[in-house]
Every structure is written in structure tokens, then in C-alpha cells.
Design a protein around this ligand. Structure first.
Ligand SMILES: Nc1ncnc2c1ncn2[C@@H]1O[C@H](COP(=O)(O)OP(=O)(O)OP(=O)(O)O)[C@@H](O)[C@H]1O
Length: 230
């Protein structure tokens, strides 16, 4: 579904990705794990066209990915950035409807995202700044779903959230997974990531150093210690 081959990328003079190669399969959840600074966010930003591709190739659904923002959305990649990027001066409803304007055809509607996150239904007229961190995360996910993505990319969805909200987000993503949504998940919370993932890629210094199943990495304390510092 999403394929990175030998990708180099970075910020100005600083090269962060060194031959990043990974594949996210349709209908599956790929978790990208790694220590702070390993290049996980940089990988996602490169896919989303926020950083230049210096070398290598990125393919989506069998064709080279046109990484201009409008095209990425139309192609069907929904992105939930680490910073959530809610428009603070707009209401929940307006944030969602803005996404609907660039949406592909599909089955996600305002009603359906509110069904998934009833809390947002109660907060429709609230401004972005009046939301708790958990509500902002729900809104960021709901907004990406409004675009009817074929692939949902999430960067650290649990960061800074209380355990009860982490559990809620976990259950909602598990629901999406059961419904067949393809996902790429960058996450520091090892338990959260490995319980949702079908496939795991471990990144260090801008490339994949291990890939396998959640069960394999859960059973391998050395691997966790070496690459994740768990
Ligand atoms: N805007 C930037 N300018 C320069 N260097 C950056 C910038 N953002 C990140 N980096 C550097 O790129 C490297 C990889 O960062 P990245 O954010 O991809 O890591 P990560 O694996 O997502 O970890 P984290 O969990 O800390 O976000 C780090 O060394 C970081 O200092």
C-alpha cells in the first residue's frame, strides 16, 4: 500500500533518513518503533511531502506518490500529526467540515465520526482551544477520517494523554482496524503499539534495523532493550 525504498531525507544540512525502506500492507497496521530521534516523525513528514525526498522512492497504491498536499489527501492518505494541528479559532464542527471539503468520496461522514467519538458530538460548537488534549486527539483523528482515507498515518497519538484517554484511543483505533482500515502508527508506548499492530518496524539512525511481528518483539527482551531502551 505504502512503500518507501531507500529514502534519504532530513532538515537542511542535517540528513536524518539513511536508506529508509519499509512497506505498509493494505488492511494491516504497521507500527514504527524506535528511540527518540531515530527518525520516525521524519519518515512520516517525508511521506506527507513536508520534507524533501533526497534519494529513493515513495509509492502508494502501486504508483509513485505525488507528495503535494492536496494530491496526498485526494490519493487517500490521512495524516494525524504529532502536533494535532487543530485550528484553534474554529469550532469542532468547522474543523471537521474543512476536512470534508477536500475529502474523497467514501463512507465517512460527520454522523459517522461522531458515532465513533460521541464526545466530539457534545463539543461541536466548542472552539479548538477549549478542548482537552484527549478531545484534540479525537478531533485530529476524526478530521483525518472525514477525508475518507485509504491509509491513516498517526504520529504518537497517545503523547501527553491520561491513561483512560489512551485506552479510549486504543479501542477506537482497534475498531478502525477491525473495519479494515490500513494504518501506519508511530508510537513510543510499546504496549499500545504492539497490541494494535500486525507488523512492526524498528528504526534507528534513519533506517529500519528490525522488522517482524508484535509477538516476536514482545517476546524478545534483548531486542527491546537494544533498540527501544525498554
Ligand atoms: N526541524 C528540525 N530541524 C533539524 N533537525 C531536526 C528537526 N526535527 C527533527 N530533527 C532531528 O532529526 C532527528 C530525528 O527526529 P525525529 O523527530 O524524526 O525522531 P523520532 O524518531 O520521531 O523521535 P521523537 O520521538 O523524538 O519524535 C533528530 O536527531 C532530531 O534532532
Amino acid at each position: 500500500m505504502l512503500e518507501l525504498s531507500d529514502v534519504d531525507s532530513g532538515y537542511g544540512e542535517t540528513q536524518v533518513l539513511h536508506g529508509m525502506t519499509l512497506t505498509a500492507q493494505p488492511g494491516r497496521v504497521l507500527a514504527i518503533l524506535g528511540r527518540n530521534g531515530a527518525g520516525k516523525t521524519t519518515t512520516l513528514k517525508t511521506v506527507m511531502g513536508l520534507l524533501p525526498l533526497r534519494r529513493g522512492a515513495i509509492r502508494f497504491a502501486g504508483a509513485p506518490l505525488d507528495r503535494r498536499p492536496y494530491h496526498i489527501a485526494r490519493f487517500g492518505i490521512g495524516y494525524v500529526p504529532e502536533t494535532r494541528d487543530i485550528f484553534p479559532s474554529l469550532s469542532v464542527h468547522e474543523n471537521l467540515m474543512l476536512a470534508a471539503r477536500v475529502a474523497r468520496k467514501g463512507t465517512w461522514t460527520l454522523e459517522r465520526v461522531i458515532d465513533l467519538f460521541p464526545r466530539l458530538g457534545e463539543r461541536l460548537e466548542n472552539g479548538g482551544t477549549q478542548l482537552s488534549g484527549g478531545e484534540q486527539q479525537m478531533l485530529a483523528i476524526a478530521r483525518a477520517l472525514m477525508m475518507n482515507p485509504r491509509l491513516l498515518i498517526l504520529d504518537e497519538p497517545t503523547e501527553g494523554l491520561a491513561p483512560i484517554i489512551v485506552k479510549l484511543i486504543h479501542d477506537k483505533l482497534a475498531e478502525l482496524r477491525s473495519a479494515g482500515m490500513s494504518m501506519v502508527l508511530v508510537e513510543q508506548n510499546f504496549g499500545f503499539a504492539t497490541s494494535l499492530a500486525d507488523d512492526v518496524a524498528v528504526v534507528s539512525r534513519g533506517r529500519v534495523v528490525w522488522s517482524g511481528s508484535p509477538a516476536e518483539i514482545r517476546a524478545d527482551a534483548d531486542l527491546q532493550h537494544r533498540w527501544l531502551g525498554v
